[in-house]
Design a protein around this ligand. Structure first.
Ligand code: DGT
Ligand code: CA
Ligand code: CA
Ligand code: ZN
Length: 588
């Protein structure tokens, strides 16, 4: 059993425990702490680099407890049972009592374990299909405290989920693709193993994984690949320079193609795509008297270039565009004129300006988040807990914010070579007002403002609302501008051009939120912002120490929007960033 499968079942158990909590549950009852503990363990398992099966084989439950953060004897016993028998008794009992497709239902925006329980007991809703049917019959509207608004929200989310079935979040796929590359490289005779396609372009969602391999003995690769632990079904097994195609556990398809060494660059170029880029490039090749295919660039029958991508682009008289921007949206023209943007690098980021702690809905202390950020190679973070109107997160009011500023100062005294900035994710009300007074906001190093409610306002009202927040002299950035969740929640309606103009006018930055299901603002908007000279910040929106690795996805999104280092504020050293933050917004 793979780590992600173990993590999936532990997370499912977390949801079942959460169902059990009710108003009658006593404060000290362990079931109150279990959902969070199981979720944390699931995340740690999912992101653990070595297979738990191996660890278990060598050192048993003891070793698992020792190595995996957040796993104690209870969860370790479940893991042992999962590895040995494919399941564990508590989960089987819970599934028997409430037989729903938990993973499927939890994807729906606004649906949590408690709602799932209500929907099951009252309406026998067990999966997406039965939920949709119940919403369409207006049955959901009548149960519990759900109401018609919730019903509409669910229907919207289900429609979005249905239209994106078969596509997976980059954040779920990239670690898996890297894992597969690593395993393939251990097959004897393998030289290169690299993921092409939409993964290499770092698209926000992925249809399938395309791995390219060069090897001395292709047959060995085809045979070994279908035996990898993540494989659930073999679609076809290739021979020689052919393709092996499998379905992985979790439903994602992965293709492995063996390339000839001398055709590696041509294959990499072709299978990286995207299709529009390829079509344009082929047309350009023909205009210049060549023919371009996945086997090389040819003049007549003579192969002119094929070993590397750079060679091929060079032979066509152009620079090699980074994979992230190969979308035929001007990159070919820029490459020909040798004026491609110098995209922000994956190591250019120095700080993170949206971090939650256990003061609200994060799971760790200020100190622990700082330590984790430092370990992830960062030099500073801003603590940006939610504010008072987000009551379910225990949002901070003015008094608590003042207290937190002091707590941050105390943490900073203990740190060297790392800075914690005080900040806030202040909530934007329906009319664009903020729920923290200006005097308190002025005391913070860094203020982000975001929309967490009234997602359905008409476009011009919504636009005015966000612009009003930008006009506040203390708001440094708008966090996750459109509030969309990829695959599950549509974006709020905004006049993006007006927003970008207002951002420029008011000296407010826009956030590229790196959470794999947000990636908001999307590439197209990043590009508009960059062109308008609006500053960006790339934030992880971390709620847990392991979330700092999300930054990579935000940087990918920024790159896909043609952003350069200078466009992104948190590539600056902390002193320079503070200088910008302290500058009067009109003078930025
Ligand atoms: P995906 O898998 O839907 O997330 O997106 P891709 O881009 O990975 O698409 P995929 O897996 O169908 O194909 C991989 C690459 O192969 C694609 O980016 C470009 C190339 N390719 C596929 N089909 C065509 C085609 O009909 N024409 C051209 N020129 N290239 C193609
Ligand atoms: Ca693909
Ligand atoms: Ca493919
Ligand atoms: Zn937020």
């Amino acid at each position: 059993m793979t780590n992600s499968e173990i993590a999936r079942q532990i997370a499912e158990m977390a949801a079942y425990y959460e169902m059990e909590i009710g108003p009658e549950t006593k404060m000290g009852d362990p079931v109150r702490f279990k959902p969070r503990a199981y979720e944390r363990a699931a995340q740690a398992i999912d992101s653990y680099p070595e297979p738990l099966e191996e660890i278990f084989r060598h050192g048993g439950e003891k070793q698992i407890i020792k190595e995996i953060r957040g796993v104690g004897p209870g969860i370790a016993a479940h893991i042992a049972s999962l590895i040995k028998k494919g399941s564990f008794p508590e989960l089987q009992a819970a599934r028997k009592k409430t037989p729903v497709k938990m993973g499927e239902l939890l994807q729906v925006d606004g649906v949590g374990p408690k709602t799932i329980k209500t929907l099951w007991t009252k309406l026998k809703v067990k999966d997406l299909k039965t939920l949709e049917a119940a919403c369409l019959k207006h049955a959901v509207d009548k149960v519990g405290r759900l109401g018609e608004k919730t019903e509409q929200k669910m229907l919207k989310s289900i429609a979005l989920l249905k239209s994106s079935t078969g596509r997976h979040l980059l954040g779920d796929v990239l670690p898996l693709a890297r894992e597969l590359e690593k395993r393939i490289k251990t097959i004897p005779g393998v030289r290169e193993a690299v993921t092409a396609g939409s993964v290499r372009r770092r698209q926000e969602t992925i249809g399938d994984i395309d791995i390219l391999v060069t090897a001395k003995d292709p047959a060995k690769v085809h045979a070994a690949f279908i035996k990898m632990p993540d494989v659930s079904e073999v679609v076809r097994q290739g021979e020689n320079e052919g393709m092996t195609s499998v379905v992985l556990k979790g439903g994602l398809r992965a293709d492995v193609r063996i390339l000839k060494e001398e055709e590696y660059g041509a294959g990499l170029q072709y299978f990286t795509g995207d299709k529009n880029h390829n079509v344009k490039l082929r047309t350009l090749a023909i205009k210049k008297g060549y023919k371009l295919s996945e086997y090389g660039l040819f003049k007549g029958t003579k192969r002119v270039a094929s070993r590397t991508e750079e060679e091929i682009y060079a032979a066509l008289g152009m620079d090699c565009p980074p994979p992230e921007i190969r979308t035929d949206e001007g990159e070919i023209e820029a490459a020909l004129e040798r004026c491609l943007p110098r995209l922000v690098g994956y190591h250019d980021i120095r700080g993170d300006l949206q971090v939650q702690t256990d003061w609200t809905d994060g799971d760790s202390s200020i100190e622990d988040m700082a330590a984790a950020a430092k370990a992830a190679g960062l030099e500073y973070i801003a603590i940006t807990d939610h504010t008072v109107s987000l009551a379910m997160t225990g949002g901070l009011d003015e008094k608590k914010l003042e207290k937190q500023i002091k707590a941050i100062a105390a943490v900073n005294k203990k740190l060297s070579g790392f800075t914690v900035l005080s900040g806030s994710e202040v909530n934007i009300g329906k009319d664009g007002s903020l729920d923290i007074d200006d005097a308190t906001l002025a005391k913070l190093d860094c203020v982000g403002a975001s929309v967490h409610s009234y997602f359905n306002l008409p476009k011009d009202e919504q636009t005015k609302r966000v612009i009003r927040a930008m006009e506040n002299p203390n708001v440094d950035a708008i966090f996750h501008l459109t509030g969309r969740k990829i695959k599950s929640r549509p974006p709020i309606e905004l006049d993006i051009k007006a927003i970008i103009k207002a951002a420029k006018r008011t000296g407010t930055a826009l956030e590229v939120n790196a959470s794999p299901d947000r990636l908001d603002i999307r590439d197209e908007y990043v590009r508009l912002a960059v062109a308008a000279g609006v500053k960006l910040v790339v934030d992880s929106d971390a709620h847990s120490p392991i979330h700092f690795n999300f930054l990579e996805y935000g940087l990918a999104q920024a790159r896909r929007g043609w952003a350069e280092k200078a466009d992104i504020l948190n590539t600056r050293p902390v002193n320079e960033l503070l200088k910008w933050l302290k500058t009067n917004k009109n003078d930025r």
